[in-house]
Design a protein around this ligand. Structure first.
Ligand code: CA
Length: 401
């Protein structure tokens, strides 16, 4: 059963309704803590450490029993936790006292889609100006590639400027640090499981396998990408780093923020056909701070509603040839740009392939692509009446290679 926590619900924990993590959210992360490596539920600026003292008797692959238990403990001011000061001291700890863990060895696959239709349109306009911006397959096939999970990292992990093969216009290829380092504003989700090998998955059943959502920055080296991608697609230009926000937001926490997506025309083939509201109203922002700046500047605001293909369709497409999907896989949507210039989700688009540098107003610096010392910050939330279900910050700084 879904656990949709009403707007009227409150927690006895201090000041949580003004944060990204009110009682309506209750996202989870594995953390290192004074109790060891445990699963934690976030509430405001605290982590509830779900060790054996607090774990429900039965757990499920979708995380609902743990979230329901945390809701009971944190909402009821006479709960076993609220009444027990020793238990509170040991298991409800300030967020500064835990370290969220992103462990790639627990993430068997990373898949990156290309479902942001405004991003795909912009890229087409830049690189194929003589043709229609969208390739003929775009509205038929949810375009994607099977990526690399070993480079998944969390917030605050450094981004080492990658080296790669680059082909200057007027010379032979060289192996150098990328000069066109970029971010990609994406959204992602983890899966509880999927289909046995040889069988497929209908979109509705596929969506039910989502266990949590995160912000995703799919770091990219555009000059490396330009030289290597033909004819097989992305390889080293994408696989050096992908960062994710650490607190996984349960699908039930954003259930109230569903909406209809972009109308799909032509209608998808039957195995990708969906009904009902398969998209979400989640506001996304990108902020940039150079080494010289004292505070970050917002350079992009977008929304997950700008995706052409829904999460359900992405998963169903992956499974549609019978490849098995296994627990713990991470899927990302592709860059989510909006229709207007302030909504572009990559430096490639914001600077229009380097031809229109953006100005950092505090210092007057110009940017086409990212320089060493630049910090990129993603934020995202669904806005409710008097509260928000947020994803926190995903923050990474570029360092030299
Ligand atoms: Ca991407």
């Amino acid at each position: 059963m879904k656990l949709v926590i009403p707007a009227s619900a409150e927690s006895w924990v201090d000041a949580v309704q003004v944060s990204d993590f009110p009682i309506q959210n209750l996202p989870t992360s594995v953390v290192d803590s004074h109790l060891g490596r445990v699963l934690a539920v976030r509430i405001g600026d605290f982590a509830l450490l779900m060790d054996e003292k607090l774990m429900p008797d039965q757990v499920d692959a979708h995380g609902r029993a743990i979230r329901a238990k945390a809701y009971e403990l944190l909402s009821d001011s006479s709960s076993a936790l609220a009444k027990d000061n020793a238990l509170k001291r040991s298991n409800l700890v300030p967020i500064q006292e835990v370290q969220p863990v992103v462990d790639p060895s627990t993430i068997p696959a990373f898949v990156d889609f290309y479902s942001g239709i405004y991003h795909a349109t912009n890229v087409g306009k830049m690189f194929r100006p003589e043709n229609a911006p969208l390739l003929p397959n775009y509205k038929s096939v949810p375009i994607a590639y099977n990526g690399r999970s070993t480079s998944l990292i969390g917030s605050d992990a450094p981004i080492f400027r990658p080296k790669g093969q680059v082909k200057p216009a007027d010379g032979p290829p060289e192996y150098v640090p990328t000069r066109e380092l970029d971010f990609e504003l994406e959204f992602g989700y983890f899966l509880a499981g999927g289909n046995p090998r040889g069988s497929c998955l209908a979109p509705d059943a596929a969506e039910a396998q989502i266990t949590g959502f995160v912000l995703v920055n799919d770091w990219s080296a555009r000059d490396v990408q330009r030289w290597e991608y033909q004819p097989l697609g992305p390889f080293l230009a994408k696989s050096f780093a992908t960062s994710i926000s650490e607190w996984r937001v349960h699908p039930d926490a954003i259930e109230l923020f569903r909406l209809n997506g972009i109308e799909q025309d032509p209608a998808p083939l039957p195995h990708l056909a969906t009904s009902g509201r398969q998209h979400y109203d989640i506001h996304l922002e990108v902020w940039l701070q150079s080494a010289e700046m004292t505070s970050p500047q917002r350079i992009c605001h977008s929304n997950t509603k700008h995706l052409y293909w829904s999460f359900a369709q992405q998963i169903a497409h992956q499974a549609s040839n019978g490849t098995p999907i296994v627990p713990g896989e991470l899927y990302a949507t592709g860059t989510i740009s909006g229709p207007d210039e302030g909504m572009f989700g990559s430096m490639l688009e914001l600077s229009w392939r380097g031809s229109r540098p953006i100005t950092l107003h505090e210092t007057g610096e110009l940017r086409t692509f990212l320089l060493d010392g630049d910090t990129v910050i993603f934020r995202g939330w669904a806005q409710g009446e008097g509260y928000r279900v947020g994803f926190g910050e995903l923050r990474n700084t570029v360092v030299g290679s």
